[in-house]
Design a protein around this ligand. Structure first.
Ligand SMILES: [Zn+2]
Length: 271
């Protein structure tokens, strides 16, 4: 599943090639994504100029004047830009043709993604309105997290993955950030001290920044490439390492499930 670093890297890969381009055609071959692609979307989008691509949580926001084209990749979605598009493959569901001659092509085998038209003000859209701060923004800081966590009895890992608290921290980055911060994932959020939450903020940032740095080397893969979407394999400390020795203390990484998701942690390093 594309996580925040993959979505942000897609944005960085595509933005320089799409900003300032006018949309001249939109071909929807299969509307059946997580929500049906609106039949009015081509009519709304054609003729409009892409000012820039923003990102909020794991949504890409194509800014077209006052309006926004919202794209989400779901489980398996991806966008590629083709200067000269090849023959469509299976699961190529949408083509957005630009006046530069290039085509943005949306590919999604499992069709859990989305492409929606969002009139201004985009921030008021139900998918965006209740989102917490971006993890790499100044609004995500020790003070903020301490206040947010004080009201929550849920385990810290689940709270960290709650998009009302902070957006874009999926299972991989929650596991890794908690290891780096030395916090056991099952601890009740409200019981974690402010000092330890400050450390957690730093570790969330550095974990995501490390993944983005890996993604930087894949930027060219977003143009004229059939390459699968990049998944930036960090040298994980705990994620996917249940039963293996901890890279720090040599103890055994333990696996449990929380809210149906795999959690792994080191009982020695995380307290
Ligand atoms: Zn350890």
């Amino acid at each position: 599943m594309p996580e925040l670093p993959e979505v942000e890297t897609t944005r960085r890969g595509l933005d320089p090639h799409t900003a300032g381009c006018r949309i001249v055609a939109v071909h929807v071959y299969d509307r059946r994504l997580r929500w049906p692609v609106p039949e009015t979307l081509p009519g709304n989008a054609v003729g409009r100029i892409i000012d820039r691509i923003d990102r909020r949580s794991k949504y890409l926001l194509f800014r077209l004047g006052e309006d926004t084209l919202l794209v989400h990749f779901g489980m398996t979605g991806s966008l590629r830009l083709w200067n000269s598009p090849p023959t469509r493959r299976a699961h190529d569901h949408i083509d957005i043709v630009l006046d530069s001659g290039a085509t943005l092509r949306y590919h999604d085998p499992r069709r859990f993604g989305a492409m929606l038209w969002v009139p201004a003000p985009a921030d008021a859209h139900p998918l965006l309105a209740s989102l917490g701060p971006e993890p790499l923004s100044p609004g995500f800081n020790a003070d903020y997290l301490w206040h947010a966590m004080r009201q929550r009895n849920a385990a810290i890992k689940l709270t960290l993955m709650d998009s009302h608290v902070v957006v874009g921290i999926g299972n991989i980055y929650a596991n890794e950030s908690l290891f780096r911060a030395g916090i056991r994932p099952t601890t009740a959020a409200r019981r974690v001290s402010r000092r330890r939450l400050a450390r957690l903020v730093d570790e969330v940032r550095s974990t995501l920044t490390d993944a983005l740095a890996k993604g930087g080397s894949t930027l060219r893969d977003y143009v004229d490439s059939t390459g699968k979407p990049g998944y930036f394999q960090l040298d994980y400390f705990v994620y996917g390492r249940a039963g293996l020795p901890c890279r720090v203390c040599g103890g055994t990484i333990k696996a449990i499930r929380q809210a149906g998701r795999a959690t792994s942690y080191c009982p020695c390093c995380q307290r």
